[in-house]
Design a protein around this ligand. Structure first.
Ligand code: IPE
Ligand code: IPE
Ligand code: MG
Length: 238
């Protein structure tokens, strides 16, 4: 038995639409319930000693959804950031937002800048909101920075790329959880998740709570991470 706690958990918060549909309601109803689940899980992370939580809120592909749903989501993000910022700051949480800013509205960008600058010096935990985020877009953006920085080809190594990701100071995610049963990565943290442990649960995101997080940590704690190497105990038996 291991008692290891992940330092960084990433969550692909999926299933809001199905949760709403089961009750005969529009997807936006599920997204609202999804925000409540974020608050619960963030608190549970703090209680359990998980320092960084990355949440996939909106992918670079989610613009393909119906206009009304995209608008409802953007309104919800804006409203939530405005409403929760004081409490987050009081709790000492640093908020960062990963993703392409250019395609977001000016008022959303203002909220993001305000949340990030106000909480920049907090050290009690990090909430990384992945908004208009794509793992491929992040790698493309890093490649553009390499060129803008004039880095010659022979100096391009993993470190040169890692240091040009959106928030290079964050550790790689130890555990990536996907709710609602789909077994795919959907463009989430492609670079940083190279050796993340994956956990898929059938629970829909609005139903995911502190007990589900505890169960995920227990599962994580029982795993052996190899990072491609031969574990020491296997070497001992030859
Ligand atoms: C995830 O829930 C939230 C976002 C993508 C913003 P979905 O809306 O994808 O839920 P399902 O997959 O339709 O159930
Ligand atoms: C992934 O969920 C994106 C977010 C949770 C924001 P999707 O519902 O968009 O993923 P796919 O389309 O099922 O792969
Ligand atoms: Mg989905």
């Amino acid at each position: 038995m291991s008692s290891q706690i992940p330092r960084h958990i990433g969550i692909i918060m999926d299933g809001n639409g199905r949760w709403a549909r089961r009750q005969g309601r529009p997807a936006s109803f599920g997204h609202r319930a999804g925000v409540r689940a974020i608050k619960v899980v963030l608190q549970a992370c703090e209680d359990l000693g998980v320092h960084v939580l990355s949440i996939y809120a909106f992918s670079t592909e989610n613009w393909a959804r119906p206009r009304a749903e995209v608008r409802a989501l953007m309104r919800l993000f804006h409203e939530t950031m405005q409403r929760e910022i004081d409490e987050m700051h009081r709790r000492g949480v640093r908020i960062v937002v990963s993703g392409r800013r250019e395609e977001l509205s000016p008022r959303m960008r203002e909220r993001i800048d305000e949340a990030m600058s106000r909480t920049a010096n907090n050290t009690n935990g990090v909430l990384n909101v992945c908004l208009n985020y794509g793992g491929r877009a992040e790698i493309v953006d890093a490649a553009r920075k390499l060129i803008a920085d004039g880095v010659p080809a022979r100096q391009v190594d993993e470190n040169a790329i890692s240091s040009r990701m959106y928030f290079p100071d964050l550790p790689d995610p130890d555990l990536i959880i996907r709710t609602a049963g789909e077994r795919r990565v959907s463009n989430f943290l492609l670079w940083q998740g190279a050796y993340s442990e994956m956990l898929v649960t059938d629970t829909l995101w609005p139903d995911f709570g502190a007990d589900d997080l505890k169960a995920a940590l227990a599962d994580y704690g029982s795993r052996v991470r190899r990072f491609g190497a031969r574990p020491v105990d296997e070497i001992a038996v030859g």
